[in-house]
Design a protein around this ligand. Structure first.
Ligand code: FES
Length: 136
């Protein structure tokens, strides 16, 4: 292979890679992957959350705590504290969600009971479909 041919080939390869490195992100931006509601929903079996227990699931890439309360039934709240974003923990003995970072507390409706959180926990919509719990 002659030197000139080799350099042209090398230049063509580099040009193609450079073009691809700009074109790919642009195409991904213009045509984002399918993001339907169905893909966002999370389905749980009701039997997997016995009364008095809770379970954490990821919904929309964020942690959600699903509580099966003896009197109030199922409750789904964001697990992310509204103060600085720590993850709250559910205490079934006191029916309180406690943030371990600065001792913020929330009730089962997500309302702030004490501490620095400025807003209630986000309520996550869900519905019961037979033996399933559909989050989202
Ligand atoms: S991060 Fe939860 S109280 Fe500060």
């Amino acid at each position: 292979m002659r030197r000139r041919t080799f350099l042209r080939s090398l230049l063509a390869v580099c040009g193609t890679l450079s073009f691809a490195s700009f074109a790919y992100p642009l195409l991904r931006f213009l045509a984002p992957p399918g993001d339907t509601d169905k893909e966002k929903k999370v389905t749980l079996a009701k039997k997997d959350i016995p009364v008095g227990t809770s379970r954490v699931v990821l919904f929309d890439q964020k942690p959600v705590i699903v509580i099966n309360h003896q009197e109030k039934g199922f409750i789904a709240l964001s697990k992310v504290c509204t103060h600085l974003g720590c993850l709250v923990e559910f205490n079934p003995a006191t029916d309180i969600l406690l943030c371990p970072c600065h001792a913020g507390t929330y009730d089962l409706e997500g309302n702030v009971l004490s501490g620095p959180p400025p807003r209630p926990l986000a309520k996550i919509p869900f519905k019961v479909e037979g033996e399933q719990l559909v989050i989202g």
